[in-house]
Write a protein that binds this ligand. Structure first.
Ligand code: GRG
Length: 309
């Protein structure tokens, strides 16, 4: 985890602020929640929230709430994904996964509590900074992204051995839910919360968000097939060894690389109408590139503007 740039430090502070203290009688569950959230991670989703907030000119104070909410959902999904009933992974971010560091029961409950906490935080968005109706709309949208047609639906399809994706279309549909829905929420929540947002800008933003979710997953599949365990923070080749289709198993490595760069280009094209307002968002998009010529490094260490205001 790098804490070098101001935005990284800010994100850690915001996440910490919205987590319950590890004190009796709930010390263990709160420690497990803190372990899962504060134990590293590249913070891609909160960074996306701040980048889109910048695009729509909304304050960091306002963006803090959706930023914490999306990261809490992400942390819960990783805790549950690692459980024996799901992927049964012992390692997450280079450390024992939550159920290994605590118990299975505590890990399940920590995930449950983080999901509730995400919605609590989103609903604490100050009404002095945005319209209460916008908070209601954002909460509804967020619930759909997290629920059985979004994140949970994608995970359900991924775990079903009888319905493994056979085609690129089926694989893309599964990942639009499993990985894409939360990335889309990270992009669209600031738009929904922005006072006086322009409805005519939503289509291009949404097109960008969907392409970004896809690019993120293609990149993750390429890294899973090629990176070493230390870089990954987990055992590589997990999906393939479980017999699951990935963009690499369906397309081959070379074509997966080509699709990744093509999808990143689609993100940039969808952002074109926003001009310089989308500079920080575009820089995050660029960090997903794995091409030799890419000037940027991993998105954990952005080299562009690190604070969005
Ligand atoms: C349990 C409802 C439920 C859903 C789980 C997100 C997910 C669905 C499973 C995670 C499995 C996985 C490795 C998916 C690939 C994409 C992904 C979410 C990678 C991890 O995200 P990063 O790289 O993680 O942003 P860090 O550690 O940086 O936060």
């Amino acid at each position: 985890m790098t804490l070098r740039d101001p935005l990284s430090r800010h994100i850690e502070t915001v996440l910490e602020r919205h987590l319950p203290p590890p004190s009796p009688p709930l010390t263990e569950i709160h420690e497990a929640m803190r372990y899962a959230v504060l134990g590293g991670g590249k913070r891609f989703r909160p960074r996306l929230v701040y980048a889109t907030a910048h695009l729509f000119g909304i304050s960091q104070d306002l963006a803090d709430f959706p930023a914490a909410a999306v990261e809490f959902i992400h942390a819960y999904s990783l805790i549950h994904d690692d459980l024996p009933a799901m992927d049964n992974d012992d390692l997450r971010r280079g450390r024992p996964s939550c159920h290994r560091a605590f118990s299975e029961a505590i890990a399940i409950l920590a995930g449950d509590a983080l999901q509730a906490q995400a919605f609590a935080v989103l609903n604490h968005t100050p009404i002095t900074l945005t319209d209460p109706a916008a908070i209601v709309e954002a909460t509804r949208f967020f619930a759909e992204a997290c629920g059985s047609t979004g994140l949970v639906g994608g995970q359900t399809l991924d775990l079903d051995p009888h319905h493994q994706p056979q085609s690129l279309g089926e694989l893309t549909d599964m990942h639009e839910r499993k990985t894409g829905a939360l990335i889309r929420a990270a992009v669209l929540l600031p738009y929904l919360l922005a006072p006086n947002h322009r409805p005519d800008e939503k289509n291009d933003l949404d097109r960008m968000a969907r392409a970004l979710g896809l690019a993120f997953q293609i990149r993750d599949d390429i890294l899973d097939a090629t990176a070493d365990p230390v870089t990954l923070g987990r055992a590589p080749g997990g999906d393939e060894s479980r017999g699951r289709a990935t963009f690499v198993t369906l397309l081959g490595l070379e074509e997966a690389h080509r699709r990744l760069e093509e999808t990143i280009a689609a993100c940039r094209s969808a952002l074109a109408r926003f001009g310089t307002r989308s500079g920080i968002l575009e820089s995050l998009v660029s960090h997903l590139s794995l091409s030799e010529g890419a000037k940027t490094g991993p998105y954990s260490k952005p080299q562009g503007p690190t604070s969005y205001n």
